[in-house]
Design a protein around this ligand. Structure first.
Ligand SMILES: O=C(O)C(=O)C[C@]1(C(=O)O)C=C[C@@H](O)C=C1
Length: 279
């Protein structure tokens, strides 16, 4: 099976991807958008992308594309511990710029403020892409923030380890597919959930309350609700909602019907299990 992931090789997404899909053909992509497109166009059967980090929060691009792309569903979710390291080319002694993925830069903000406050930073498409760039440009005296596998693969020297600002640092990755499928994996499972994207009817007092009460009176437990701008003007949002636990077909169908009857637009994103990966 062909699986697209945010690459190049040795990104955190690849570390997650190769645990979820050992022995499959992994296709590195240069952006999260390319991962969605690879599934949409049939270039890959599935894709693995990051959704949320425990320090920095949601990967907003992933949330936006889940809203934008028709008929792309979540098949599974997998949580992986994240450890960031600062690495330079072995020919260099010091550095004058730090490059990495914006999530990695954000997750190490206090470390950088405390140790390298005056060093310039630059966003890059992934942690592994920044490690690769440092390896290919020894003359530039750059440093990358990436994982230890990237340091090994691209021949870089780790000069500071475990830079993440909080000891507990985990990222949630999701598996995307065109099918409404539940993936069953042979690794530890933690929970089961359903994701929906809800857009409210026209702006009126109590609109969100009405939507939430559809779940509340059916005793359906919500484990996440996040608003994200619709990009149609200030104050316009969609809501990404996770319903915890098992999907009760009749209860849930009734809930979706009731949401529609109050004028809300509902997009089913998936019913799936959450798994735990090794760091
Ligand atoms: O840049 C990478 O290595 C990625 O896989 C992306 C990503 C993310 O977007 O959250 C994945 C895990 C870490 O939280 C940092 C970066």
């Amino acid at each position: 099976m062909k699986i697209a992931f945010l690459g190049p090789h040795a990104s955190f997404t690849q570390l997650a991807c190769s645990q979820i899909f050992p022995n499959n053909e992994l296709l590195p992509q240069s952006s999260i958008l390319d991962c969605f497109n690879a599934v949409k166009n049939g270039e890959a059967e599935k894709a693995v992308v990051p959704l949320e980090n425990s320090i920095e929060g949601t990967v907003s691009m992933t949330l936006d594309y889940l809203y934008d792309f028709e008929d792309i569903f979540i098949e599974t979710e997998a949580v992986m511990p994240i450890a960031h390291h600062l690495m330079i080319h072995p020919n260099n002694q010091n550095f004058n710029k730090i490059i990495s993925h914006p999530q990695a830069l954000a997750q190490t903000f206090h470390f950088r403020q405390n140790h390298f406050k005056d060093i310039e930073t630059q966003d890059f498409s992934s942690t592994s892409a920044s490690a690769k760039l440092v390896a290919e440009n020894p003359q530039e005296k750059w440093a990358a923030i990436a994982n230890s596998y990237a340091a090994k693969l691209y021949g870089l020297k780790i000069i500071h380890s475990d830079l993440q600002d909080f000891e507990q640092n985990h990222t949630k990755f999701i598996v995307l597919s065109k099918k409404k499928n539940i993936l069953h994996l042979n690794i530890p499972k933690t929970s089961e959930k359903t994701s929906l994207i809800v857009t409210l009817p026209e702006d009126h007092a109590g609109g969100l309350h009405q939507v939430l009460s559809v779940f509340a009176w059916r005793n359906m437990n919500l484990s996440k609700i996040e608003s994200r701008t619709l990009k149609t003007g200030l104050g316009n949002y969609f809501f990404f909602i996770n319903v915890a636990n098992e999907w009760h077909p009749i209860l849930s169908e009734n809930a979706l019907e009731e949401l529609k009857s109050i004028g809300a637009h509902v997009k089913f994103i998936g019913h799936y299990h959450e798994y735990l990966l090794e760091g």
